[in-house]
Design a protein around this ligand. Structure first.
Ligand code: ARG
Length: 583
């Protein structure tokens, strides 16, 4: 098992720099990157130019010393041809053919394509999906679910210990009004399970909210109901449990369809820790009273009059906010869960919220230097028309119907292509293609942009889509079937690479580990989609130009087919997409 060539080279260059110029340079950025142009080799180390000023030496001389020290570890000669220096001290490194050939043979024999797990696993929390009880899960939550799941899969693949947390909105004022309203109009709903459907619950929530906004007495009672609930009063608590249970089951249906694992740990979980947040912030001197509310004044945020903006920790009536719960959650995740990396996947509209929460937590000294907190924001889902995503009648789109439609459309397609196939086969293909299309369409965009939801585009056979990728996989597997090949018993010590398209494909295959590292670090799954898309293109070029089954190099070329198929399968799996053997 190996790590990626890129990460290995970074370590080698760092060591060489430290060995050449002293330990004080051990942390110096070795500026190692894949080359943009093949004429500069496959990788470059561009550290020399930056070092010249510090060392007062010519960049070419600096580069020569780095190279001399790179050779201190002889194993580099197995990986790269002799490094060359270009221009202002740029070190170019070209992979050795023999290394490529050997690595490919290792990849072919391994289900994880010979990619090693990390030496020191981190404990990572991915906070994603996180819909709100009594409200319907909407497309924003769908994005969070798909992106969060993919990030979690990639980190798990790397060997990290990942805690997937569903921070559902199951606490707070919405329950006060809902319980009060239901007590009035539909008391049965509060004592009997399933007395109302979730769709009705959403409607009831709307009505309750309207009452809350219009009726002062109702407002009072609702507030009292929240206090009752938070104090654990039994009838309010029971009503709350029923409401949560009902929503939970609806959410679970979506997770089942999408094959998503996520552990529910909602806002209510942190109720017991809210008071500690207040105490801690008071002790660190951050807490201030402002018109009866307890708050922390934020650095770098001000209101229109230029006054520092407060983050309200506890309201005048004693209630707590969304931010307070997130502070309690962050504190808990660091202290109790011992997480060293905490990732939050929500819409971009919450960026301010997370910046504020992280800031207060940092100033309260809750975040040790070894812990990284990251908000992973994403853009809005828009309709075909470029406007906010709505149904024709103007309602918000229900996720269930959206997924059903994707499957139905994929089903209609297979009906026309393959009417003779069995019912079971058609349904299986329709589900894999329909759901894969929804996921891939979301993941293949740069997540920070708004994304246009279009069934036509996501189900198209051409372009960077799930059907295209799934077909690419089926086609590669088809080659094996045609030649009646048992890939598992192809036993090669080295894959011989004799032509340009083979070498191009081989180098790209070897970069899979780098694509995974990049997503794990930067948390942009579209990087992996792009990698897989390019892989299928490079494979096509190879397949057009190099005969496989009839060739003298048959075994080698079949290995390339097999590694490509394995990479597509694993790559799509890391995106939460299931491949099909035939379609
Ligand atoms: N429930 C929130 C919403 O629907 C998302 C929660 C995200 N996670 C968090 N720790 N704040 O917008």
């Amino acid at each position: 098992m190996t790590t990626s060539v890129l990460s290995d080279l970074k370590i080698r260059c760092s060591k060489a720099i430290a060995a050449a110029f002293g330990e004080e340079y051990a942390k110096y950025d070795p500026a190692v990157a894949p080359s943009k142009d093949a004429k500069f080799g496959d990788y470059q180390c561009n550290a020399a130019l930056g070092l010249t000023k510090k060392l007062k030496q010519k960049p070419q001389d600096v580069a020569a010393q780095i190279i001399a020290n790179l050779h201190a570890d002889g194993s580099i000669n197995e990986i790269f041809e002799a490094p060359t220096i270009a221009g202002a001290g740029f070190i170019n490194l070209k992979l050795k053919l023999s290394y490529l050939e050997m690595q490919l043979a290792k990849m072919q024999k391994s289900d994880r394509l010979a990619i090693a797990t990390v030496d020191q696993p981190d404990r990572i929390i991915v906070d994603f999906s996180s819909p709100n009880i009594a409200k319907e899960m909407h497309v924003g939550h769908l994005r969070s679910t798909i992106i969060g799941d993919s990030i979690a899969r990639i980190l798990e693949f790397q060997g990290h210990e990942v805690l997937r947390l569903n921070h559902v909105g199951d606490w707070g004022t919405q329950f006060g009004m809902l319980i009060t309203y239901l007590r009035e109009v539909y008391p049965d709903a509060l004592t009997k399970a399933d007395a109302i459907a979730i769709g009705d619950l959403v409607e009831l929530y709307r009505k309750a909210k309207k009452r809350f906004d219009e009726d002062e007495a109702f407002k009072e009672t609702s507030r009292a109901a929240v206090v009752e609930l938070q104090a654990g009063e039994s009838s309010a608590k029971q009503a709350w449990l029923l409401l949560c249970e009902q929503s939970r089951r609806e959410f679970q249906k979506i997770y089942d369809v999408l094959n998503i694992q996520v552990q529910e740990r909602g806002e209510s979980f942190y109720n017991a820790y809210l008071a500690d947040v207040v105490t801690d912030l008071r002790e660190t001197g951050l807490l201030q009273e402002d018109q009866g509310a307890l708050c922390v004044f934020l650095e770098g945020f001000s209101n229109k009059d230029g006054q520092p903006l407060p983050l309200i920790i506890q309201k005048t009536d004693g209630g707590y906010n969304y931010a307070t719960t997130d502070l309690a959650a962050l504190r808990y995740r660091i202290r109790e869960d011992r997480a060293t990396r905490i990732i939050y996947v929500t819409d971009i509209g919450q960026s301010g919220h997370f910046t504020q929460v992280f800031q207060v937590a940092r100033r309260a000294n809750w975040i040790p230097e070894t812990v990284q907190t990251t908000h992973v924001p994403f853009g809005l889902v828009m309709g075909d028309d470029g406007k906010k995503f709505k149904t024709r009648s103007g309602d918000t789109v229900s996720l269930k119907s959206l997924l059903e439609e994707a499957i139905a459309r994929a089903r209609a397609d297979i009906e026309t292509r393959n009417p003779e196939a069995s019912e079971e086969f058609k349904q299986d293909v329709a589900e894999a293609v329909g759901l894969g299309a929804v996921k891939y369409a979301d993941l293949s965009q740069n997540r920070t942009s708004n994304y246009i939801f279009s069934f036509d585009k996501m189900l198209a056979l051409q372009g960077n889509t799930a059907p295209y990728m799934l077909y690419a996989y089926v086609r590669v597997k088809g080659i094996g079937r045609k030649g009646e090949i048992d890939f598992a018993s192809l036993n090669v010590d080295a894959v011989r690479l004799t032509t340009e398209p083979e070498i191009i494909l081989a180098k790209h295959l070897l970069q899979f580990a780098e694509a995974i590292d990049a997503v794990a670090e930067e948390l942009f799954p579209n990087r992996l989609c792009q990698y897989l898309f390019e892989l299928s293109q490079k494979f096509n070029q190879f397949f057009e130009q190099c005969p496989v089954l009839q060739a003298e190099e048959r075994v080698s070329r079949l290995s390339l087919c097999d590694i490509t198929a394995k990479t597509l399968k694993l790559g799509l799996n890391l995106l939460g997409i299931r491949v099909l053997e035939r379609m």
